[in-house]
Every structure is written in structure tokens, then in C-alpha cells.
Ligand binder design. Structure first.
Ligand code: 3PG
Ligand code: MG
Length: 396
């Protein structure tokens, strides 16, 4: 095993040990305590601004931590963001949560309202605050708007892995003011994603798709020497095709990235056929100016399936065709072969999770991360800013 990989394993295992040793599961005196619980309930709402049952997966992944805290006799104040529009309300998520818990909603961070409602909380009771991003201080990592909550709560729990790559007040600065722990989902995320650093007996395969290369390129560069195959689809594959001299016609293409060090690497498998804007299959040598590569063709899928079948670990992030426009075939075939193969399977990212959940394949995946950007950043950095801030505090 190379020194580099050994070092990565050491670092990531020490992060996992730190997170695990600060899990809420180790807390024995929660009875009567008020817990400020940061979740990531950032989900897409349906047309009528309600939670569509297909989009509730981040909510479902939060339920265990809430139940655990309440069963131990704590009362829980939930914080989360939703969307990027600061006007957006968490109320639809609150309405959805009512089917699982008796829960109240605090529509603003007004000091007297917060103080009144928090001072009255009973053991096992739950309140949800409005979208933290309605406060401009949230993104400035300024806890002023949280000061009443900090004063009334006894401990802080981060179970919002998916936003823990952001230095925002409710995941980052807040940790300086309360004793801090990690929720059950957070510990599970770090545990499973850390497995990707471990040495495998068989082949390790990374499957990357989607449109944005800027976050995935560092991942590819970091792991290329340590993995056996990289299967590329989506707009990422177009960058490689173009660099190799293939015509890509009118296909979407990100020219901001430098892949020169990777382009000749024969671990990277790119499409040999594709599906165009009319849904027709063609050879990758036959792309005309007016054509767009919108999905992988069947021959490419066959190759991908063979490699997946021969792998012992697979990490997948990003749909392989333009899934949202109906070019779903290759993503479905890949999802299906991972689901029914024997490789240990890790995946994440909103769009990839949608492919898996829409097709009811979730039980066949070993781990589906709630993180998109956070998952990629954890794999690249082997930690996240919101883990480091707690770790540094403990070390101080
Ligand atoms: C996500 O959906 O990736 C997280 O909730 C973070 O959201 P953000 O990208 O808007 O910060
Ligand atoms: Mg499996």
C-alpha cells in the first residue's frame, strides 16, 4: 500500500474516531436537557410548496436522532435551512414532520417569542425554528441571531452532515458557545464514507457524472492512483472526449478545467457510443455539429456493467445522462447493476439519490450519503470545516 493512501486512512480514521467518540449515543445525562439540534432538511418542495413523499429522504434520515434525544428525556429545538432563497419557509417541512412527532413551530427569531416558548419546554418536546437562512447573519457565520437559543439550550448537536462544508453560523460559529456532539446520521456518514479510503481486496471503481466538474476533478485527481477504474458520463465525459480530439457537436462542455494530466490515463473509461437529442443511438465517432451527447449508448453501458460486476467497491456521484430531461437509460442501468451486484456501494448527491430512490433501489445500496457538495468535500479533504471547528475547540 502506498504511503499516501496509508496517510489518508490514518487521517480519515482519526476523524471517524473523533466523530464517533462525540456521538450523542455516548451521552448519558440527557434527561431534562435542552438540545439545539441542527439538521439538514433542505429538500425540494413540490409545485404547491408541500413535501412530495419522494423528496422526504433527508427528513426520514433525521428521525432517529430526534427520537433518540426525546427518548432520553431531552427537549429538542431544531434548526435547518431550506433552499437558497432567504424568503423560503421551513413550514411545509414542519407540517410533514407532524406525522412523526408532536412538534411546534417558531416562525421567527424574535427574542421574546423564543424566550417564551423555550422556557416552557417539557421533556421530550420538540420545536422547529424557521429557516435559518432567513437571517442574513447565518451565511456570515455570525451567531447574533442565535443568542437566545444558545442561552436557553444546554448542548448543541450537529446532525447536518450535508451542510457541514459551509462555514455558516448554525453549523460553524455556534459550536464555540455550547458543548458539541454529533447526531446519529452524521456519525454514519463519516463511518461509511471513510470506507472508501480503505484498501480493498478487489477492484475499486469511481463513477462520476453530472454537469459540474469543478468539485469532481479534485476528487478524480486525488484518487486516480489508488483506484482501478473511473467510469465517466454526463458532461464530465464530454470534456475528456473533446480533449482526446473527438467532436462533441453542441454538447454541454465545461472548458474551465484542466484535465491534461488525466487524459491519457487508461483507468478512465469514456463513452464509445451515445444517445442524441432525438433519442437515437450513434457511435461516438459520428457526432455532427448539430448533435448533443445526452446519454451513454448501450455499448458503453455494457462496458460499465462489466466493470461494476467485477468491482468490490463502487462509489457513484452524478447521473450519467441528462436525467432531468428524460435521458435516464444509462443512469438506470448503472443503478441497477450496482444494486444487484456484489460490490460494496457508496453513493450520494441529490440527483444520484433521486435516481436510486425513484426506482426503489435504496435497499440495495450499502450507503446513500445525504451530502452532495459535503460528500465530495469530505472525500477530498478527509474532514469538513464543521468537524474541524469542534475538534479544534476540544484540542484548545
Ligand atoms: C445541500 O443540499 O447540498 C446542502 O443542504 C447544502 O445546501 P447549499 O448548497 O445551499 O449550501
Ligand atoms: Mg450491493
Amino acid at each position: 500500500m502506498g504511503d499516501f493512501l496509508f496517510l489518508c486512512i490514518m487521517i480519515v480514521m482519526s476523524i471517524y474516531n473523533f466523530v464517533r467518540s462525540h456521538s450523542i449515543q455516548n451521552l448519558t445525562h440527557l434527561k431534562g436537557k435542552k438540545v439545539l439540534l441542527r439538521l439538514d432538511l433542505n429538500i425540494s418542495l413540490g409545485n404547491n410548496e408541500t413535501v412530495d413523499p419522494g423528496e422526504d429522504w433527508r427528513i426520514l434520515k433525521s428521525l432517529d436522532t430526534i427520537s433518540f434525544l426525546c427518548e432520553q428525556g431531552a427537549s429538542v429545538v431544531i434548526l435547518s435551512h431550506i433552499g437558497r432563497d432567504p424568503q423560503k419557509s421551513l413550514r411545509p417541512v414542519f407540517e410533514y414532520m407532524k406525522q412523526f412527532f408532536t412538534i411546534g413551530f417558531i416562525p421567527s427569531y424574535d427574542s421574546s417569542l423564543v424566550r417564551d416558548l423555550l422556557s416552557d419546554m417539557k421533556e421530550g418536546s420538540i420545536l422547529m425554528m424557521e429557516n435559518v437562512r432567513q437571517n442574513k447573519e447565518e451565511k456570515e457565520d455570525n451567531i447574533n441571531y442565535l443568542s437566545d437559543l444558545i442561552e436557553y439550550c444546554d448542548i448543541y448537536v450537529n446532525d447536518a452532515f450535508a451542510v457541514s462544508h459551509r462555514e455558516h453560523a448554525s453549523v460553524h460559529a455556534v459550536t464555540n458557545y455550547l458543548p458539541c456532539y454529533f447526531g446519529l446520521q452524521f456519525v454514519d456518514e463519516v463511518k461509511h464514507l471513510s470506507l472508501f479510503f480503505e484498501k480493498q481486496e478487489g477492484a475499486k471503481t469511481l463513477i462520476l457524472g453530472g454537469a459540474k466538474f469543478s468539485t469532481k476533478l479534485p476528487l478524480l485527481k486525488k484518487f486516480i492512483a489508488k483506484i482501478d477504474y473511473v467510469l465517466l458520463g454526463g458532461a464530465l465525459a464530454n470534456v475528456f472526449l473533446k480533449e482526446k480530439g473527438f467532436k462533441i457537436g453542441s454538447s454541454f462542455y465545461d472548458d474551465s478545467v484542466d484535465i491534461s494530466s488525466l487524459v491519457e490515463n487508461n483507468k478512465i473509461i469514456i463513452p464509445i457510443d451515445y444517445i442524441d437529442q432525438h433519442g437515437d443511438v450513434a457511435d461516438i465517432h459520428d457526432v455532427r455539429d448539430q448533435d448533443s451527447i445526452l446519454d451513454l449508448g448501450p455499448e458503453t453501458c455494457n462496458i460499465f456493467e462489466t466493470i461494476i460486476d467485477a468491482s468490490s467497491m463502487v462509489m457513484w456521484n452524478g447521473p450519467l445522462g441528462k436525467y432531468e430531461d428524460g435521458f435516464t437509460e444509462s443512469s438506470l442501468r448503472v443503478a441497477d447493476s450496482i444494486a444487484h451486484g456484489s460490490a460494496y456501494s457508496l453513493t450520494g448527491g441529490g440527483d444520484t439519490s433521486t435516481v436510486i430512490l425513484e426506482n426503489n433501489l435504496e435497499d440495495n445500496f450499502d450507503f446513500i450519503s445525504t451530502g452532495g457538495g459535503a460528500m465530495l468535500e469530505f472525500l477530498i479533504q478527509e474532514t469538513l470545516p464543521c468537524i474541524e471547528v469542534i475538534k479544534n475547540k476540544k484540542e484548545a
